[in-house]
Design a protein around this ligand. Structure first.
Ligand SMILES: [Zn+2]
Length: 248
């Protein structure tokens, strides 16, 4: 009762609006997990990502056979620009799904990360991809985590765990090197940028013989996910699959 009243009070002060189109959100009883953040019209327009086989084939070409550490990839959404986006304003942050990931990373919207994770969790459940020993979020460097206040991939991992009931291991791997943004790098530069940046953390033993679901916000060339997966395999993980909210 108190929570409902408090929310009603907040809605008068700062009404909830759709992060994509700006429409007022009036009904959160929607058949998906993003009802607090996205209107139904915008949700219905988010494109689903390709099937796992196509996603893996897409990144495989970037790696030599012995370099590929990821066994399977699942993504929930495909980054696409809406037909209303003008040609001049198209850039990678203007796609509807990018607006959500941007809000998660740079506007402190941690609850959105959890909801996006739940959406991804339902997707994994439908695909019957739930036999993992642990969910591992891609770690960010401790300096970046202090600056941001949280690791966005951990929030997504927690959302997945809400649905599939698998433990999250947030300290199994660490990122010991502060890397530059991958945004403007080509495939080879991305691979070099993340080479040797991960190492096992204080919960590294949880990796031994384990089947791991590695989680990140977006799949681009797969370099970061693959570098982290390689570290986990080298430390004794049996298999590493990847799951991301979106495919770029
Ligand atoms: Zn909307």
């Amino acid at each position: 009762m108190f929570t409902a009243l408090y929310q009603a009070f907040l809605d008068v002060l700062a009404p909830r609006i759709c992060l994509i189109c700006g429409a007022l959100l009036t009904d959160e009883r929607v058949p998906h997990c993003l009802g607090k953040y996205v209107c139904t019209r915008c949700f219905d327009r988010l494109s689903p990502a390709d099937v796992s086989e196509a996603l893996l084939a897409g990144i495989s070409s970037h790696f030599r056979g012995d370099e590929l550490a990821i066994s399977s990839i699942t993504a929930r959404f495909q980054r696409e620009f809406s037909s209303e986006t003008s040609q001049e304003s198209i850039h990678e942050d203007s796609a509807p799904i990018s607006l959500l990931l941007y809000a998660l990373k740079y506007h402190g919207m941690q609850g959105l990360g959890r909801s996006l994770g739940q959406e991804l969790g339902y997707c994994l459940q439908i695909l019957n991809q739930t036999s993992y020993d642990a969910i591992v979020p891609i770690p960010i460097h401790s300096a970046r985590e202090r600056e941001r206040g949280y690791n966005q991939s951990l929030r997504i991992a927690e959302g997945i765990a809400d649905i599939v009931n698998i433990p999250v291991e947030k300290d199994a791997v660490v990122r010991h090197t502060y890397t530059l943004s991958q945004t403007y790098l080509n495939v080879e530069e991305r691979k070099n940028n993340v080479k040797n940046v991960f190492s096992v953390g204080r919960r590294g033993n949880a990796l031994k013989g384990a089947s791991i679901l590695l989680v990140d916000d977006i799949l681009t060339t797969g370099s970061t996910l693959n570098a982290c997966a390689m570290t986990m395999l080298e430390y004794g993980a049996q298999r590493v699959d990847a799951a991301t909210v979106a495919k770029a």
